[in-house]
Design a protein around this ligand. Sequence first.
Ligand SMILES: [Zn+2]
Ligand SMILES: [Zn+2]
Length: 370
Amino acid sequence: MRTMAALARTPGAPLEVGEITLDDPREDEVLVKVLAAGICHTDLSAAAGRLPVRMPIVLGHEGAGVVVQVGSRVSAVKPGDRVLLTPDFCGTCRQCRLGATTYCERTGQLVFGGTRLDGSTKASVDGEPVRAGFFGQSSFSEYTLATERNILPVAGTTAPLAHLAALTCGVSTGAGAVLNALQVRPEQSLAVFGTGTVGLAAVMAAKMVGVRRIVAVDRHPIRLELARELGATHVIDTGVHADAAAAVHDLFPSGVDRTFDSTGVPAVLGAALASLGTRGICGFVAGTGATLPVDLGSMLIKGAQLRGIMGGDATGLVFLADLVTAYEDGRLPVDRLVTTYRLDRINQAFEDMRAGRTIKPVIVFDDADR
Ligand SMILES: [Zn+2]
Ligand SMILES: [Zn+2]
C-alpha cells in the first residue's frame, strides 16, 4: 500500500514528507494506522547521523494508533484495537528470556537497523528499499507495520493517543530509571539533570513513589518552573549556578543518594556523578560516542556507582501498561509536556525540540484524536 511518511535520506538534512510503498503484513505482523507519534531525542540524533542507522529510513518510535489488519499468526490484537507501539525486541535471546528486553541482543538490528529479524526491509520508494522498522515501528508514517511483540492494546482507556504515545519511550525511559533501575525510596534524595521529557518523567515518577527531596537541574528557567509543578522540591538553574555539583552540595552538604542524567552531555554527567553522596548511584540514559574522565579514587572511597540504563529497564509491555494506568490515575500528567504538530510540520517540530521551545512534540495524523 501507499502511505505518507517522513523520510530521512541524508544525515543532517530535513526529513522529506512524501509517499512510500509499504509491504502487506506478513503472518506475524500487524498493520497499524498511526494516529500519534511522539518525537524523542533519539529521532533527532538519528536524523543528524549521530546513531548507527542506514538511510533512507523512516524514523519515529513513539507510535500510537489503531490496528487495521493482522497476519494469520497474530492473536494479541485485532482490527479496530487502539494500540501503543514500543521499541521492538526479539523475545528469544538470553536477555529477552530474562525479561530484560531493553537489552535485547538483536537491538542493533531491530531498533537501529530498521529491518525485520531476517534483515528484509518493509517499504520502498521508487523501487529503492526503505528501512521502515526503526525501533520495530517507524511511526512517522500514516500506516506502519509492527509485530505482536511490540504492540500494547489500550482498549480500556479513552485517553488521547497523543498523550499515551509520549509514554512509550521518553517517559518510560525517565520513569523506569527511577522506578526500575535506581529504585529510589521515599527517604532518599534524588537529583535529576536535564528537564526534557526524560528528566521530567523521572521527577514525576519520584513524586509518584513519595520521594521527599527531588532536585531538578537545568539551564531553562521555564522548564525548572514546570519541574517544580510536577514534583521537584528544589531547582538549580545552571544559568545562575554554573557549578551544578557545588550547588547540589550547597543544598545537601553530604551529597544526594541518587542522581540521574538525561542529557548525555559529558560535563553534565560529570556533575551528576560529583553530586553523589556516599554509596550513591548515578544513572544515565544517553551519551553515544561520548567519553568522560572519572575520578576513580573519589568513586572508590564513596562506593559510588555509575549505571547505564536502557529504556528504563522496562520489561516487555508490562511496564508500559503500568505507566498507562498511572497516567489515567493522574499520577503521571504527561499531557503537561505535549505539543502537537501535523506530519507536514515535522521539521518545525524537530527544530522546536532542538531549541528547547517544545518539550514533547507529538505528530498527530487525525484531528479527531488530538
Ligand atoms: Zn532479544
Ligand atoms: Zn526514544
